[in-house]
Design a protein around this ligand. Structure first.
Ligand code: GCO
Length: 453
């Protein structure tokens, strides 16, 4: 039996824009309403209608055996105009957090998950340094109003995605491809995290656990014997992963983003760290590998219409065929989850896998993927990492950003032809059993032909 520590959280993660429906006043909504932006021409106008059905969704997740739920709070709902906070929406999220608790689950809310209000976007979005204070003010308000309902706050989901996908690869709005504009964004996301961390602790007296959610692909040389590939991989890893780790640990803005200057209050701005892990990214020294971002979200389906940086995700080592064929075209490599958890363990705070999952219609593959990754979490714990929870991405099939509804990541299927009917998948049942038992038994590993890690 792979037993997890007592109190380990087994839950799922969601993000407001992807599930709620009716998030109309943010920059994503504006963008997706323009023709040709979303693969299937869809919008998140309805999404999963989770804004109205959240109670049923949490009851279902809980009945399946889960004991935690990561959500996000939609900034544009809380602060629809600069400095005007909407009481009703605060009340809504109070009900949401209460409902998670009433269903016996631990709530883990994120304050910024990719979307910001249209008024922020109109004033430069991530490029305007004022976003740092704006996010801090929002964090302060939300944590003051909602803080008695949660023991956790995640600040920004995947700080690296804004510079990489929005300003370098140009596949998320505002779809810019310009490194001179991406670098200041890398600076602002880091500073915003630190400012939010301080704002939350300043606004609340009950000492919530506050941290960032980092997406850390495992970046490696395509050909380990090539010096060129190794150097390219190290450069990518620095810009995509290590830059943020240096910032958090030492409070500096490292080159090439800054000049190594120290930002007061940034060092040590984490009580917990969230890790989103999906894939390995093999990097070759040939080609345009100067991108400070990987293709962790790139269109990896090989049809040539995606971003150039997603090429990295498509490289494979011929002698290491991938066991998992996901709909995103990523190189699924479970071992990388253990490696990144061990890398983060030197920060000395509790770690949470805040996202991991697979887009597929092959349910046996989803179950195997889940077991293989949980086994790696277990191995990381054995290796000394203080991992306290795992949040599957995601609870419900949802609006997968530029991919629309074409990617099925959910533990629960959403039947869009039948009034968004919820249908738990086999992996949801398997996951629930693991959560109830607090571990994975050998018979299950054998049945799904997964090694113990
Ligand atoms: C992210 C997110 C999710 C995605 C998920 C699958 O990593 O982009 O946090 O919003 O939907 O990762 O791509």
């Amino acid at each position: 039996m792979l037993a997890f520590p007592d109190g380990f959280l087994f839950g799922a993660a969601t993000a407001a824009h992807q599930v709620e429906g009716g998030c109309l006043d943010n920059h994503w909504s504006e963008w997706e309403h323009q023709p040709g932006t979303i693969r299937d021409g869809s919008t998140a106008d309805v999404a999963c209608d989770h804004y109205r059905r959240f109670r049923d969704d949490f009851a279902l997740a809980s009945s399946l055996g889960q004991n935690a739920q990561r959500i996000s709070i939609e900034w544009a709902r809380i602060e629809p105009e600069e400095g005007r906070f909407d009481r009703r929406e605060i009340d809504h999220y109070r009900e949401v957090l209460d409902s998670i608790r009433e269903n016996g689950m631990e709530p883990l809310p994120t304050l910024h998950h990719f979307t910001h209000p249209s008024w922020v976007a109109a004033d430069g979005g991530w490029e305007n340094p004022r976003i740092v204070d704006r996010l801090a003010r929002y964090a302060e308000h939300a944590s003051r109003e909602l803080g008695d309902r949660t023991s956790f706050w995640w600040t920004i989901n995947e700080p690296m995605v804004a510079p990489a996908l929005c300003y370098l690869m140009g596949i998320h709005p505002p779809c810019v491809r310009d490194i001179s504009r991406a670098l200041p964004v890398s600076r602002h996301v880091l500073l915003a995290h630190g400012a939010m961390y301080r704002a939350i602790h300043g606004a609340t007296s009950h000492r919530p656990k506050v941290g960032p959610v980092l997406q850390m692909p495992f970046i490696d040389a395509h050909d380990p014997s090539s010096e060129e590939d190794r150097a390219a991989a190290a450069q990518q890893d620095f810009l995509f992963n290590q830059y943020y780790l240096e910032g958090l640990r030492h409070g500096i803005v490292a080159p090439p983003v800054g000049g190594g200057e120290e930002i007061p209050g940034l060092a040590g701005s984490y009580d917990v760290i969230g890790l989103n892990y999906y894939a390995r990214m093999l990097v070759s020294g040939r080609g345009d590998m100067a991108h400070p971002a990987g293709g962790a979200h790139g269109d990896g389906d090989g049809d040539g219409d995606g971003a150039t940086a997603s090429e990295g995700m498509r490289l494979r080592r011929p002698d290491e065929p991938s066991e998992f064929d996901d709909q995103m075209g990523w190189e699924v490599w479970p071992r990388g989850l253990r490696e990144q958890l061990l890398r983060l363990s030197s920060f000395g705070v509790p770690l949470y896998v805040t996202e991991n999952g697979m887009a597929t219609r092959d349910e046996r593959a989803r179950c195997r993927h889940l077991l293989a990754h949980l086994a790696e979490v277990h191995a990381a714990i054995r290796g000394g990492a203080d991992v306290r929870g795992f949040l599957y991405w995601t609870l419900l099939d949802n609006f997968e950003w530029a991919e629309g509804y074409t990617r099925t990541f959910g533990l629960i299927e959403i039947d869009r032809a039948r009034d968004l009917e919820r249908k738990p998948r086999e992996a949801a049942r398997l996951y629930g059993e693991i959560a109830r038992r607090g571990g994975i038994d050998e018979e299950t590993l054998r049945k799904f032909e997964v090694a113990a890690g």
